[in-house]
Design a protein around this ligand. Structure first.
Ligand code: ADP
Ligand code: MG
Length: 332
């Protein structure tokens, strides 16, 4: 891209913050950072492609926010502290208005988490954003998917289902004027809250964790498979917003089914032994963040998703057929 260097200076050097552990930032062939002694680096990459993960017409502020938030959520899921980010941006043209909005969303969130942009790449082509976030954590303390134990409580953070409802709203182009409720759900689809601080504080109390990007059921299955256990979930314990209840005209069952499959929630699902309930509660209260216990890990070997996640309403077994979450690939 001809004005690549001007663009980088104008948009990516200025909005940035400076961390003491960055020895060399944007401007050379590589960035150089210092990792504290006895720490490991957690590294994650996510791509957001226009038409697959967001509509090309989406507000650039929300795209900048979401692109970083989805990566921060992965860092949170490991219990790491995010530190550095790289940004590979492919743009059809150097659209300054779009870049201004993108940077507002991106740097606004980066600043909240004290994450420094240390490099990237800028190319011409169909709109796509690839972000790599790195974080640090004390050696050996990462929260992985494979530590779940029989008897563990299964927790989720925040509320589930709003992201899918928001996506449905924003794909419904037949409606000219949207209600306040619809606009709020749409906002929730783009603006998740990465549970970065909470996960670091809970790290030592949990056995396993991941973030919900493909839907609770599909994602929980990763924990179950890697830990070789099964799960019991009480659908009445799923955290559902008043807005979702309103959206589905009071149908609790529809809300619960949506909560089980809604993707791009970027909430955490984690498991922890029952004796840690009180300690977990103290931390969540301190940070003023909601978590819900939605079920329990069962001491039976994993087979497949259908059989390994047993859905219940209190003591009655449910045999719901659920459709997995998919991005809106085919719709745009
Ligand atoms: P090279 O050709 O050596 O890969 P580039 O010309 O692509 O270098 O980039 C010059 C500098 O600007 C590098 O330090 C690179 O990391 C940084 N950079 C390029 N694009 C971005 C971007 N979108 N965000 C942040 N830094 C960027
Ligand atoms: Mg380059």
């Amino acid at each position: 891209m001809s004005s690549e260097f001007n663009l980088i200076d104008k948009f990516f050097v200025h909005g940035n913050l400076t961390r003491e552990d960055v020895d060399l930032g944007i401007g050379d062939d590589c960035a150089l950072v210092t990792v504290p002694e006895n720490h490991q680096v957690a590294i994650t990459t996510d791509t957001l492609a226009a038409g697959t993960h967001f509509l090309a017409t989406a507000s650039p502020i929300s795209v900048g926010y979401k692109a970083l938030a989805s990566n921060l959520s992965d860092i949170a899921a490991m219990g790491a502290k995010p530190t550095w980010v790289s940004l590979a941006l492919t743009l059809p043209e150097p659209d300054e208005e779009w870049l201004n909005g993108f940077c507002e969303g991106f740097f606004g969130l980066a600043k909240q988490h004290h994450v420094q942009l240390i490099g990237g790449d800028t190319t011409k082509g169909p709109l796509s954003i690839t972000i790599t976030v790195q974080g640090i954590l004390p050696r050996g303390e990462a929260l992985t998917r494979k530590g779940a134990k029989a008897g563990d409580d299964i927790y989720v953070t925040g509320l589930l289902g709003d992201s899918a409802a928001g996506l449905e709203v924003l794909l419904n182009t037949s409606k000219q004027i949207k209600t306040e409720l619809e606009l709020e759900l749409e906002r929730r689809h783009y603006y998740s809250t990465p549970r970065v601080e909470l996960a670091q504080r809970l790290r030592h109390l949990c056995h396993s964790a991941l973030d919900i990007s493909d839907g609770l059921i599909s994602d929980l299955a990763h924990i179950l498979k890697q830990s070789n256990v099964r799960a019991y979930i009480d659908v009445d314990q799923l955290p559902i917003s008043d807005e979702l209840m309103q959206y589905f005209a009071g149908s609790r069952e529809q809300c619960q089914k949506t909560a089980l499959t809604s993707g791009e929630e970027y909430e955490l699902c984690f498991t922890a032994p029952k004796e840690n309930r009180e300690a977990i509660k103290q931390i969540t209260t301190l940070l003023n963040q909601n978590v819900s216990i939605i079920g329990e890990i069962v001491d039976e070997p994993f087979t497949n998703i259908q059989d390994s996640v047993q859905l219940h309403r209190q003591i009655s077994k449910l045999d719901w057929t659920l459709h997995g979450y998919d991005h809106f690939r085919s719709n745009v």
